[in-house]
Write a protein that binds this ligand. Structure first.
Ligand code: ZN
Length: 330
């Protein structure tokens, strides 16, 4: 396979702090020989493991970019044993546009792994992470949130893996992150995920869903900053103490955890995010907007559990994710 077309002005083998860019070639009408400069920071000091920290894998999720921008500006080599690679805005074109996907090629970065060196710009970013950054990393943290269309209770997540020892390492790192909730996550479709790429390489991988709605709150940014600190301390890379927080363990035993919408209209959530529901309880109504006087469609919980995620905008369509009901696992 051909080399990555992405070049960088940081030296991954150098000690100290470097703020540079990943230079992603992008020839277009306004810049024939142009490129997209994606900010990257490397902080290295002595021998030790490498942590790779990313935000804005989806461009409309802001806790990761906020926490990682602040970390990149403040982390000193003296605090580090090993190396920390920080990319706060992973899908940079999507982030700049405030969108989940890239405005250039419509690429959803978290669906195109392992990417292609000769593909679109989004596939080129994925390929760079797949073949350059992931192989040099031991601990990988990808900070997601709900974005404009989803809202979650703030959780860190790990997956069920075939390698039980690797899963235990991922779960330990998820618990160290100490989000208010810790989720064993069942993916609707795991193919093409950055998560799957990192896990297939045997990395200790943690992802998150912190809030949503296309913005942040002081509460969710604090969770991200504390979690990033804890993740690095747990990895043995950053000096300091773990900041403890009680975390509710959540599990998604099967696809019944997901409620999908079958109607178009005005969404009325009937359960607060984070509240408990019994199986059969009314979770949401969808009101018709094409005429008055009609009964709304009703959506009921298929299992008892905690409302861990919901559709965020006020309008909803058939096929949209409506709600996530997770169960406690301890
Ligand atoms: Zn995301």
């Amino acid at each position: 396979m051909q080399d990555t077309p992405i070049t960088t002005d940081v030296d991954y083998a150098a000690e100290g702090v470097q703020h540079g860019h990943l230079k992603l070639p992008y020839s277009h009408d306004d810049s024939a020989w142009g490129s997209i400069p994606i900010p990257i920071t490397v902080v290295a000091n002595g021998g030790g493991p490498t942590a790779l920290l990313t935000g804005a894998n989806h461009g409309d999720e802001y806790e990761g970019p906020t926490a990682l921008s602040k970390l990149a500006a403040s982390l000193a080599p003296a605090q580090v044993t090993g190396r920390v690679i920080i990319v706060p805005f992973m899908n940079y074109p999507a982030f700049r546009a405030g969108r989940r996907t890239s405005p250039i090629d419509a690429g959803n970065l978290n669906r195109v792994f392992p990417g292609r060196p000769d593909g679109g710009v989004t596939e080129k970013i994925a390929d760079y992470f797949q073949r350059v950054l992931l192989p040099m990393s031991d601990f990988v943290l990808d900070v997601h949130s709900g974005g404009r269309t989803l809202e979650f209770v703030p959780f860190a997540a790990a997956h069920v893996l075939t390698d039980a020892a690797q899963q235990a390492r991922c779960v330990a790192a998820m618990r160290a992150f100490a989000a208010p909730y810790s989720m064993m996550l069942l993916e609707i479709d795991a193919s093409g995920l950055y998560d799957t790429a990192a896990e297939a390489m045997g990395k200790v991988f943690v992802s998150t869903e912190l809030g949503g709605g296309g913005s942040t709150t002081p509460y969710t940014v604090e969770i991200a900053e504390t979690g990033v600190h804890n993740f690095l301390v747990h990895a043995g890379i950053k000096a300091g103490e773990l900041i403890a927080r009680d975390s509710v363990s959540l599990d998604m035993p099967d696809a019944d955890c997901y409620l999908a919408c079958e109607d178009e209209g005005l969404l009325e959530m009937c359960v607060e995010l984070g509240a408990w529901v019994q199986a059969g309880k009314l979770v949401a109504r969808v009101h018709r907007t094409d005429r008055n006087g009609q009964a709304p469609a009703e959506y009921h919980a298929e299992r008892s559990g905690l409302l861990a995620g919901r559709h965020f905008p006020g309008l909803i369509k058939p096929g949209d994710f409506l709600a996530l009901i997770a169960v406690t696992s301890d």
